[in-house]
Design a protein around this ligand. Sequence first.
Ligand SMILES: [Zn+2]
Length: 487
Amino acid sequence: MSLSYRKFATACLSLTLAINMGLANTVTSANTALAAAEPNKLFEISDSQYDEAVKLLSNYIKIDTTNPPGNEKLGALYLQSVLKENGIDAQVFDSAKDRAIVIGRLKGTGKKKAVILLSHIDVVPAQASDWKYPPFAAEIHDGELWGRGTLDMKGMGIMELAAMLAIKKSGKVLDRDIIFIATPDEEVGGTYGAEWFAKNKKELVKDAEYLLNEGYSIESYNKTGNTDGKAKYWGVDYAEKSVLWLSLTANGLAGHASMPMSNSANNRLIKALAMIAENPPKMTLLPAAKEFFQSIAPFEASPLKELYADIEKTAKAPSKETEETLSVDKLKYSMLRNTVSITVLKAGYKTNVIPAQAYAELDCRLLPGVTPEQFVEEVKKTIGDSSIDVKVIEWEKGDPSPYDNDMFRAIKEANRAEGASAPVVPVVVPWFTDSHWFRELGIHSYGFEPIEVDADHLATMHGKDERIPLAAFRRGIDRLVRILTAL
Ligand SMILES: [Zn+2]
């Protein structure tokens, strides 16, 4: 795979996109209220455990792991020291100079197979002069901890670590080993991180059945208005779309531009691309997408409420108006079809010369189960010109994980403990995370960050002023403990 592909494909890049697509998450105080209602079903870390977790996150944020260059080894050594201080065996492996992976294991009874808690150590660059507070100082203001990586994804990494430490401290031995893994290099594709691990150290996770990683979160109403920040649903991504890159080449005769040729390479390629642009792939409703849209319909406003509630009808023959309405929320819209974006165009070198060749590239994202062969046929049919040469230049298969197993049941149990007013729903995401390296090892992998974050906060993930609301951070640790205990 090329580096450029990886840059396009990372999760974090795309999460920034998600903000513009109507994700409206915010912090709720529902947990506290519900804790009173069902005390026996809820786990809550103590104040001192919470203080310790905030300290861990602050220290971790202060370690600058901006990628490039990364320097994640300092982060890996820090996490290793915390694990070891708490009596959990942990190893650090160098994948390149100053870059390292940490892996620790909390032993269970071994009755069931292990579960991995995955995170990445690297962060994207931060332009300090744009920030209200410095990006690597971990300052706390108004109940929020500021810094690059607080949301993407050192915050989740420390939630995972704190949940593991809380379980260890409780003395309860779970049926599954919990494996903590933090990788470098996720933000530019994982060559020195998850990919390196999957190729060189996979024997360390050969007993693992499940994995939790970054991904979707708890989508909530805006805090303003009468809904006051309540969670809509817990989105758990069980699949990432496959990546298919295609090249289109038209060959023809070169000639002087003073004597036009209607079938020139340029003219034929332009017609082919126009067909692609005007005829997007038809909607395809996956069973998981049906469940997703029907589950979230009650939480949406009209007209999306009605369109989602009857998603089968919606997807069958959408009018132009329906397409426009659905496309406002691009993230959800992407779950309904394979997509094509025309990206690279190359042809010609002089105004008065008709070139002999015209070339284009397409970035296609395919739903689980669609093969490159199937999609190439579809593209060729859409173009309707056999003189255009269509070639596959990149293919990355995004395998889905099941969404009716112990992991989903455990997440649903944690959700029920809070009253289950916001359903747990399966999501297909259009981006790639480190999860795919582990799916390829046969480990069922899920993207779920058990915290509420509003749209403003989500927008900071690859932007400025990234910060995590500490109340959500605390609830996230509790939820992870509940999920792991129920697994
Ligand atoms: Zn990330």
